[in-house]
Design a binder for this molecule. Structure first.
Ligand code: C2O
Ligand code: CU
Length: 498
């Protein structure tokens, strides 16, 4: 277990530190056995990818994309696009430092790729068609092979016709665990939130439903899914702490979560643990983002508490004539409420970043009025991606991006391959510091972040993770060039050595 005091502290703090750290160890010791009734999370069970490699440092799995009938609720079957026949795709679980090998087979009627969202991996493994690799044609295979450098919940999805393919059901969780993260909560849940649209025959909504207006809004499916199920139930013992790692895999829908009046104790997000925990009562997770939270649902005068998605104004159509929606039900068992125990005080050290010398990059997001043909396009600095030139960076360069939204719709802004450090309007780190790969740019809002392009030359994408918006123009590239031949040598090392 990692002690928050680290080792480089003055000796006179040592006794104090030992007392506090053993208190923390005591806490985690108390929770090494489950506090929950058996089968507490069976409604939300995820399929798991089978590791066929006996080497404990290698997770090697087979994964096939194919069309399959999936039941999202009793009697509600959808002809979805899936990984290995399950919705979401199987949980791939590894430990930080492990090598991950995925033998992928495309059994879909269309070409596809897999992008490993949030992972700091070589460009060849990034799944961007024609940049990282040729698209994987129907019947073809591709082997993804990389090292998991960071602990956290990541996820995988296609990068070919992404709005269509993700909306049809192609996404899955990739959990990179760190046993020494000091969190010490035994009862854990990986929660993949999404939505899907289909008719009474189980036929998927067309990917271009609603035409240009559908693109401008960002299409949402009528059924909200939690681990592929409509309104599943989690059976919990009142007062028992649980760790939820949540990803929003919907192609457009925002989740502004609320669990009755129970707080979420946020310990991390996209790129693992954050600098220090925060308590919130609503938790916004935009498409692509993750949250790592501890909840301790405690019985009041009801036997159940709904986890609800409140309305969030991400542009016209997101709050008009709509109400909050339920995601899942937390149901209390009959056991007596556990007395409250302290939640783990999990900290992570972030160096104070050096901002001097960082190159500023200004980005303006706009949505000009539709043309005479009724077509709309989102623009980044005046052009949609199909008319854009790549932005440039050199290995070793730090950049501060200032992304201003003048488009009347909110955009979860995602950068491939590198973590972003959010900054405030004075360009100082927002505390607690946290590594992000997707940051929401609200309507009329501006975000600022620092990115350290310190390795791995390549053509790295950025785009809105409302995938209809990405297809509608809101996408671009950063051409990260090697500063010296050694950058390239480093780059050419086999992926397993990163
Ligand atoms: Cu999860 Cu390019 O995206
Ligand atoms: Cu967008």
């Amino acid at each position: 277990m990692r002690c928050i005091f680290g080792t480089a502290r003055p000796v006179r703090l040592a006794v104090f530190a030992i007392v506090l750290c053993s208190a923390a160890i005591g806490l985690s010791a108390r929770t090494t056995t489950s506090l929950e009734p058996s089968g507490w999370n069976s409604d939300l069970a995820l399929a798991e990818a089978r590791d066929k490699n006996p080497d404990p440092k290698i997770v090697e799995v087979d994964l096939a994309a194919r069309v399959a009938d999936v039941a999202v609720a009793p009697g509600k079957i959808v002809h979805a696009w899936t990984y290995d026949g399950s919705l979401p795709g199987p949980l791939i679980r590894a430990r930080v430092g492990d090598r991950i090998v995925v033998h992928f087979k495309n059994e879909l009627p269309e070409s596809t790729t897999i992008h490993w969202h949030g992972m700091r991996i070589p460009i060849e493994m990034d799944g961007v068609p024609d940049i990282s690799q040729p698209p994987v044609q129907p019947g073809e295979t591709f082997t993804y092979d990389f090292v998991a450098r960071d602990a956290g919940l990541f996820w995988y999805h296609p990068h070919v016709m992404s709005a269509a393919q993700v909306g049809f059901g192609l996404y899955g969780p990739l959990l990179i665990e760190d046993e020494d993260d000091g969190v010490g909560i035994t009862d854990q849940l990986t929660l993949v939130l999404s939505d899907i649209g289909f008719d009474e025959h189980g036929t998927l909504d067309s990917a271009d439903a609603g035409g240009p207006a559908g693109m401008v809004f960002g299409r949402e499916g009528a059924y909200i899914l939690a681990n592929g199920k409509v309104m599943p139930t989690l059976r919990v013992r009142s007062g028992a702490p649980q760790r939820w790692r949540i990803v929003n895999a919907a192609k457009s829908r925002y989740f502004l979560l609320e669990l009755g009046n129970q707080p979420f104790y946020v310990i991390g997000g996209d790129g693992g643990l954050q600098e220090s925990p925060q308590t919130v009562h609503t938790l916004l997770i935009t498409p692509g983002e993750r949250a790592d939270v501890i909840v301790r649902p405690t019985r009041g005068n009801t036997d159940t508490i709904p986890l609800r998605a409140r309305l969030y104004d991400r542009g016209y159509g997101s709050i008009q004539y709509r109400t909050a929606e339920s995601v899942l039900t937390v149901a209390f068992t009959d056991e007596p409420t556990l007395p409250p125990s302290p939640l783990p005080d999990v900290h992570r050290h972030f160096d104070q970043p050096t901002l001097e010398g960082a190159t500023k990059v200004d980005i303006l997001l706009t949505l000009p009025p539709a043309g005479p043909d009724g077509k709309s396009e989102f623009q980044v600095n005046g052009v949609p991606f199909w008319r854009a030139k790549p932005y440039r960076a050199t290995v070793g360069e730090r950049q501060i991006w200032i992304v201003k939204n003048d488009s009347k719709y909110a955009h979860p802004f995602h950068l491939h391959g590198f973590f972003m450090l959010p900054l405030d309007e004075r360009l100082q780190p927002i505390r607690p510091m946290a590594w992000k790969d997707t940051i929401n740019v609200p309507v009329d809002g501006t975000i600022r972040f620092l990115v350290d392009f310190n390795e791995r030359p390549g053509m790295w994408m950025f785009h809105c993770h409302i995938l209809d918006h990405a297809d509608g123009g809101l996408m671009g590239h950063v051409h990260l060039e090697a500063a010296s031949p050694t950058d390239l040598e480093h780059h050419k090392r086999p992926s397993g050595s990163w």
